[in-house]
Design a binder for this molecule. Structure first.
Ligand SMILES: NC(=O)c1ccc[n+]([C@@H]2O[C@H](COP(=O)([O-])OP(=O)(O)OC[C@H]3O[C@@H](n4cnc5c(N)ncnc54)[C@H](OP(=O)(O)O)[C@@H]3O)[C@@H](O)[C@H]2O)c1
Length: 238
């Protein structure tokens, strides 16, 4: 496996949940970290935790659903870190409800955040990776994107679109030695899944954010010739 020490990673939604767990674990590997989100207190506190690993850590506050905010925020983080080698496209919202109950504005907001957020952020990072001739982009979709279900039309549709976008990105960008990973995790104990009533989060049986982080770390550490193009992770017996 390859060392990640000295690399620079940007993690969207890095102030809590899965993004924060990935940030903390990659920092332990010696990766400099830039995290993003909308809640500045969460980001500040996470940066303080990251700095304990002795790496460079920074944050940028922006809404991933807004292209110009994404462009400015990514530019600022790349400049602070001194480059970008890894992008974890993680920010997302889990708004659930029956088709007939969910207002169109909410449906659109889920698509704008989960799909366009991934697209805007990847496109903002791509020029740097293209210039470097290497890079890793992890797009966090969901098993919900593999098959729709009741009460999750917007979320499932957004994640299905992320899967397709990510697969197209992989096919194009691998020619620049950029690895694009499409991850489809099942339920993991975070605010999103617990507040959404998807799990009780019992750590004895339900996946925890650190399990997801270990998976991300391990696929990033594979030699640059190896690409885990698609993958799912499930709780064994929740
Ligand atoms: N947990 C699960 O069971 C599960 C399963 C499969 C896939 N996923 C996916 O994993 C990713 C992380 O989810 P999570 O469980 O960690 O959820 P979470 O605890 O609710 O965290 C969501 C993160 O996304 C950020 N975010 C949301 N909307 C944003 C926006 N418009 N602009 C910028 N940042 C935004 C939040 O930052 P702020 O609060 O600072 O805005 C937060 O850091 C999501 O894409 C989710 O769909 C989760």
């Amino acid at each position: 496996m390859s060392s990640l020490k000295g690399k620079n990673a940007i993690i969207t939604g890095g102030g809590r949940g899965l993004g924060k767990a990935v940030a903390l674990l990659l920092a332990q590997e010696g990766v400099n970290i830039g995290i993003t989100g909308r809640n500045e207190d969460h980001l500040k506190n996470t940066v303080a935790e990251l700095e304990k690993s002795g790496v460079k850590a920074a944050y940028s506050v922006f809404n991933v659903a807004d292209k110009s905010e994404v462009d400015n925020g990514i530019k600022e983080l790349v400049s602070t870190l001194g480059g970008v080698d890894i992008l974890v496209n993680n920010a997302g919202i889990g708004w659930f409800g029956k088709l007939e109950d969910m207002p169109a504005a909410d449906w659109e907001q889920v698509m704008q955040t989960n799909l366009f957020g991934v697209y805007y952020t990847a496109m903002a990072v791509y020029p740097y990776m293209k210039q470097n001739g290497s890079g890793d982009v992890i797009n966090v979709a969901s098993t919900a994107g593999l098959k729709g279900g009741a009460n999750m039309s917007a979320y499932a549709a957004s994640k299905a679109a992320v899967i397709s976008l990510s697969q197209s990105m992989m096919a194009e960008w691998r020619k620049n030695n950029i690895r694009v990973f499409t991850l489809t995790p099942s339920t993991i104990a975070t605010d999103m899944s617990i507040d959404g009533g998807l799990t009780d989060g019992n750590p004895d049986s339900v996946l925890q954010p650190e399990d997801f982080a270990e998976w991300v770390r391990d696929i990033l550490k594979m030699k640059s010739r190896a690409l885990i193009a698609n993958g799912s992770i499930f709780s064994t017996n929740p």
